[in-house]
Write a protein that binds this ligand. Structure first.
Ligand code: GDP
Ligand code: MG
Length: 730
């Protein structure tokens, strides 16, 4: 038995989703990880330390997994950590109220031969449900320490540390009984018992499967966890198969797997193996798990009768979502106004350092670029924070899992997963947090499809564009319907797009909807605040980095170069009829000067170049220039239009701008502008987050080009269709 060389013990905290891993990790290390009732919250592992006497325990909080068959990115993270980082101890957090199901992972861990300590967490819930668990007997049967605990109240955690230290000291994956009993102090003696002499721990797969396992095992001499690997190989687990480097051996193994599949099993190999394992667990639990009291339906069951009702489930969900949106906007808007006024005041203050009408680039950079750009984004902070508070509450109480379940039937029809629904919904607020929310999706394929179509859900930043355009071109009674058409167009395109992606690029079977429905719980205010703060901070960080950078670059593009005074202003650069011989130096109206400057700037020139591409969809260089601005953030489009049309402050004079738009464009073009900004290139922040979340710039580029191309095609069809129907062009 090797003594651990240094005094640091690495401990991997593993277990099913929602078993309380993060709670225990936080209680032990004092860290503030997000605790949630919804799978997918812990995506990467987090580390923290705790010191006890001479020992330093280094804990890693892994994502939840039901088994070591890696279906999702999260499960892969957990499995990779357990297999390759070789932790000194695996702290297997088990939900005692759902013991048999949770032991599935435990038996896999033991099969690998990892040094395990089982925590029977949620002992309080188990007791409330009338279950009694004989931890000593379970420990003897498993051959590892089993420690009852109530994580959220910190009960049993000292015993957990004691057991972990002891297993680490004994330094074996399967501590012999003598070792453990000698090492166990009086406090844990009762909990730490081992019976299997020699500790040869194995799941018995029965007479049909065992010979196949033996044959595969024979091909893996001296390998770690040969038996576990053999099981996975019979399941044709691609990751495990990849680790077999000898092509000869690999071929032989595949032959055995084929033979196994053809051996007259009643079901698919992985199902058979899983059911053997469950049968084994059921024997293991015999006498360990007792139902001492029959319970009536729990409160959770009673709530679920409504929320999961085949008819009422969907309306209840929609009503709740409606409540969430009205609340976030109702409460958020007054605060937004305050922030807005704050930034306006700040802009005024900075303006005050320069004489009125100053041409100073620094002034313009600070006021128009930095404050205008970053301020325009920070203004949405209250909405974002409130939306995430609402989502944190829905998640923390356990409702979100139900919502995904209720929506799955509909979503699977369009090739999306039930869990895609929440991100799509968040997309109406802002695409960036929505893309982050796709982390809850198990399959990478589902996740990528959702990310790709997400920008089509019309986000809040597009609303100012519609608010400008619709009243400019349509009579009042049309306002609502036109807005509705725009939103619905986005939704329909997203659903059709998802369906197409699923049928082409992301072909394959649907991931089954497997999701634990955790009992309803009261989320703690602390965890809600932590989550809210994390999101707010992420958003602020984005505003301070990506958006700030983009705003500065964009400002530069619209500010430079400055036209010389003999620059001949192009005819019709402005709505006023200025002759083609007009020189820039002769202009006096500040609004005209600004407009002429913009037409001379890089952005203006880009707009002109874009015009050749945009002509077929009915757009001129002005719209092109404004579209360049929309790349930084969609709402910049409105400000840019204001500048191109020489309307100083847009907010106060949007009526003037509307009049000028009406003079120049037909309602058909107005509609096409909205359509194009809805579908085309998502903003720069979306690009950044897509890159980050998909882990590759390729997907972000594909999303950008794909959507812009789609925008062009759709707008082209609508524009020319409209012309044919005699709806008038530009
Ligand atoms: P994880 O997914 O395994 O990280 O689970 P979390 O740590 O996020 O916990 C899920 C929920 O269970 C949270 O609401 C916790 O407050 C709650 N919880 C954790 N441990 C216990 C426990 O022992 N008893 C009860 N009643 N609730 C617990
Ligand atoms: Mg967690």
């Amino acid at each position: 038995m090797t003594e651990t060389l240094d005094r640091t013990i690495t401990v991997a905290v593993a277990g099913n989703p929602n078993s309380g891993k993060t709670t225990i990790f936080n209680a032990l290390t004092g860290a503030r990880q997000h605790v949630g009732n919804y799978p997918g919250v812990t995506v990467e592992w987090k580390e923290g330390t705790v010191s006890r006497g001479d020992w330093r325990l280094k804990l890693y909080d892994l994502p939840g997994t039901y088994s070591l068959t890696a279906f999702s990115d999260e499960e892969l993270v957990a499995r990779d950590f357990l297999l390759n980082h070789k932790p000194d101890v695996v702290l297997d957090v088990v939900d005692a109220s759902n013991l048999e199901r949770n032991l599935f992972l435990t038996t896999e861990l033991l099969e690998i031969g990892l040094p395990v300590v089982v925590v029977l967490n949620m002992s309080d819930v188990a007791a409330d449900n009338g279950l009694r668990i004989d931890a000593n007997l379970l420990a003897r049967r498993l051959g590892v320490p089993v420690v009852p605990a109530v994580g959220n109240r910190g009960r049993g955690l000292d015993d957990v540390i004691a057991a972990v230290t002891r297993v680490a000291i004994s330094g074996t994956s399967l501590p012999g009984p003598a070792d453990i009993c000698r090492e166990a102090g009086p406090a844990t003696e009762a909990l730490v018992q081992v019976a299997t002499p020699g500790g040869a721990w194995r799941v018995d797969y029965g007479p049909v499967i065992e010979p196949f396992l033996a044959r595969v095992c024979a091909l893996l001499p001296g390998e770690d966890a040969a038996r576990w690997r053999a099981v996975k190989l019979l399941e044709r687990d691609p990751a495990v198969l990849e680790e077999i480097h000898d092509p000869e051996v690999r071929r032989e193994i595949l032959r055995i797997a084929d033979e196994f599949a053809a051996a007259g099993l009643e079901e698919a190999p992985d199902t058979v193996l899983a059911s053997r394992r469950y049968a084994f667990i059921s024997r293991l639990c015999d006498g360990v798990l007792k139902q001492v009291r029959r319970n009536g339906p729990t409160i959770s069951d009673r709530i679920d009768r409504w929320t999961m009702h085949p008819v009422w489930g969907v309306p209840i969900f929609l009503a709740l979502m409606y409540g969430v949106f009205t609340l976030t906007f109702g409460l958020g808007n007054p605060i937004m106004d305050l922030i807005d006024r704050g930034f306006t005041a700040l802009g005024g203050l900075i303006n005050g350092f320069w004489p009125a009408g100053s041409e100073s680039p620094l002034r313009s950079l600070l006021v128009d670029g930095v404050i205008g750009g970053v301020g325009g984004v920070i203004v949405f902070l209250p909405n974002i924070v409130l939306l995430f508070l609402a989502i944190a509450i829905l998640e923390g109480t356990g409702y979100m899992a139900r919502a995904a379940f209720v929506m799955d039937r509909f979503m699977s029809k369009v090739g999306l997963h039930g869990k895609s629904f929440i991100p799509l919904l968040i997309g109406f607020g802002c695409t960036v947090p929505a893309i982050m929310a796709t982390r809850t999706l198990e399959s990478r394929r589902d996740r990528l499809i959702t990310i790709m179509v997400l920008p089509l859900m019309s986000c809040g930043a597009r609303l100012p564009i519609y608010a400008l355009m619709i009243p400019a071109f349509f009579p009042a009674r049309w306002h609502g319907p036109v807005l509705w058409i725009i939103y619905v167009t986005g939704i329909v395109l997203a659903l059709v797009g998802a369906r197409l992606l699923r049928a082409t690029l992301f072909k394959g079977e649907n991931t089954p909807f497997v999701m634990e429905l955790p009992p309803y719980r009261m989320p703690t205010p602390h965890s809600l605040l932590v989550q809210m703060w994390t999101r707010a901070w992420l958003y602020l960080k984005k505003a301070g980095t990506v958006i700030l950078g983009a705003a500065v670059i964009l400002w530069f593009l619209t500010f430079y170069p400055k036209p010389p005074s003999d620059y001949v202003v192009p005819a019709g650069f402005d709505r006023t009829a200025i002759g083609s011989e007009t020189h820039f130096g002769d202009l006096t109206d500040p609004a005209q000067i600004q407009s002429a400057e913009l037409s001379y700037s890089i952005a203006g020139r880009v707009g002109r170049v874009l015009e050749t591409v945009l002509r077929p969809v009915g757009f001129d260089w002005r719209i092109g220039t404004a579209l360049v601005g929309a790349v930084a953030a969609k709402e910049v489009f409105v400000a840019q239009m204001g500048i191109v049309f020489s309307v100083g402050e847009v907010d106060e004079t949007s009526e003037v701008l509307r009049t000028r738009l009406r003079e120049r464009y037909s309602p058909l073009v107005g509609f096409c502008i909205m359509l194009f900004t809805l579908i085309s290139t998502p903003c720069i922040a979306t690009f950044a987050i897509t890159r980050q979340e998909t882990g590759s710039i390729r997907w972000a580029l594909a999303q950008n080009f794909g959507l812009t191309l789609l925008a062009w095609i759709v707008t082209f069809i609508v524009f020319h269709g409209g012309l044919l129907l005699g709806l008038g062009g530009a």
